[in-house]
Ligand binder design. Sequence first.
Ligand code: ZN
Length: 240
Amino acid sequence: MVDAFTYYKNKPNTIWNNSIDYAKDGTRYYSQKIGEYEYPTVQVFEGPKNNSSGGMEYPMITLITVPDASKEYLDGVIAHEIGHNWFMSMLGSNERLHTWQDEGLNTYYQFRYEAEKYRYNSIFRDQMPPQMKKLPLDEFQKTAYRALSSIPMEAEIDQPAADFKSSEQYGLISYIKASIWLYELEQMFGRDKIDAAFQEYFKTWKNKHPQPEDMKASFEKSLGINLDDFFAELKKKGSL
Ligand SMILES: [Zn+2]
């Protein structure tokens, strides 16, 4: 049992009126896909606009800073910030040294959450062609990832946050290039096997600060395959 709370300004017709559902949906989604949420509460706060990020995560508490969001975007940002409870918090990945192990893995699941629930992707938002809404899930994801892959992303994924040349590069590489990398694995094995690998990884490594090589070993065991080449892509410059 988890108690969910959302805190927001009481304005007429605010989309935050549905925020408790978004908080619950996000918590349930990550619990189902990766492993049970282990904390007693999940809390989401409406904050002022922040030009450099959509929110900020802390264990059990997230600050959401997109006051002008659509309902799909707000839901996606809430899911993302709640998702950090798994990667940054319960697993305890080092998000400064290996940014992708937190932001990238989390963004991969955020994109799935948005795609499954709305056929939406928070990178494209209202720039998405309306016909994409009608696509079956697999087709939608393929189209969205194809478009994401066309964004030039030169730097390698696995590097410390401080080494990225700009905050824009940090965002593109840690969130988007890393989610494309993981989507490649999904293409090879399917979503169910990827989820099973994440569940095994979470069960084995929660509260133990897994390093990239720990994730690699855990995924190799779950998927029954050598992932040397796949993990070597984390050090590759240019598009994947
Ligand atoms: Zn994040």
